[in-house]
Write a protein that binds this ligand. Sequence first.
Ligand code: SIN
Length: 509
Amino acid sequence: MEERRGGVLVVGAGIAGLMAALKLAPMNVTVLCKTRLGKGSATGWAQGGIAAAIGKDDSPSLHAIDTRRAGAGISDEKIVEILTRDAPARIEELLELGAAFDRDDSGELMLGREAAHQRRRIVKAGGDATGHAILRTLIEAVAAHPSIDVVENVTAADLIVENGIVRGVYGCDNATNATIACTADATVLATGGIGRLYRYTTNPVQATGDGIAMAARAGALLADMEFVQFHPTALAIGRDPMPLVTEAVRGEGAVLVNDLGDRFMLDVHPDAELGPRDVVARAIFEQLQRGRTVGLDARAAIGAHFPQEFPTVFGFCVSAGIDPRVQNIPVAPAAHYHMGGIAVDEWGRTTLEGLWSCGESSATGVHGANRLASNSLLEALVYGSRVATNVAGAGLPSRPTGRLEYRMRPAGADGQAQAVSDLRNVMYTNAGLVRHERGLRVALARIEELGAAFGDAGNELRNLLVVGRLIVDAALARSESRGSHFRSDYAQSDEALAKRSFTRLGSLA
Ligand code: SIN
């Protein structure tokens, strides 16, 4: 087995991992990337932007109010305060690194509007290409740091744990299937989300919950696993993953209509299309369940400006033969973001010694039961940075590991692709936007069957089964509806349950 030794190992090369790596330099840092650098992370696909209270009429406390309101009563107040307070400084840092955020004619940063924000506070780049621009900026900065070593095309498979201390990860070289032991004095999991678990998702295929599954198997505490956010408007043109139609399109006035021409959101929420994401997503889902189709009508609000304002979305539409200047955009909800993950404190420390986490794989508690639009890139920046501060200050003892042994599971065993497909269908139908005990038990039974048949095979399915199980268990345990977690058998919120959930693999706490 090949062994690589680094001071700090960062697993994941999206905004959270790269920010942490940059802040850790000049320490010796290895970044493990599942694909080529710049590919495969959700960051590069992010359209909306980064929320930060930098407008003259705005303040971190207003941003905090909106974040908590979206979180449906269970956000961690201290973490929200840190997030919203640190946001402007993190934007400033990105500007110093060369991020080309959009500016108005007077040179001021242009601030976009998104649902459930009281103010215009979304910093964007290239109209709707914010994630791509940030990723490029961070990759250039990382390349300029000789102490950061990027190892591409390696999938992390399991944590290396010795005497209860995390000492790195075992990885699989995607090209050769060879096992690589990456040992380190500190390990940071920034592996992103879980969208691949669902039939319809806006996430890249690499979003298989690797970090959560690895940490869970090693005994880490997890939090808020039941809360999966569905984006209301993924482009329904039969692609998997589904391209996003950024919420900013609705922010600029586009409206949702069904195929009968009914603007149904007017009857659902006082803020109509700009209501909370879970409310809008469920309303669209309900239309689809009734056999209707749903379109986003941007003709009056954006019209001829569409290509300039939303070049990424425009490109997706045109590739499917749709011209949003004159036609409605077909949309459907899709799994977009997981509020749950590896439980961390305000410095990104997990419950396992030697292990930190940041970005979507972590659960800081900031998003509560539902994330406010454009708080995800922000959280990755703020907590990527805080993890680095904490790791750098931890005075890590440099201890070589003992003898390492590991058996990599074979990728691509017979029937595995079909099993992933089954799992994705079962999760979307039974543990998606609308849940019920009956359906959740169906999902659980199928997860158990697939686990019995395939549990030890391949990293992707193995990880998806662990995360699926954790989500379904937590969804069953929360017998109420709150934020993104809607139970048709418990349609109301229960104030007695207004708290975060914590769990370990195999035992709900
Ligand atoms: C979007 O552009 O609608 C996505 C932004 C986000 O998920 O925060």
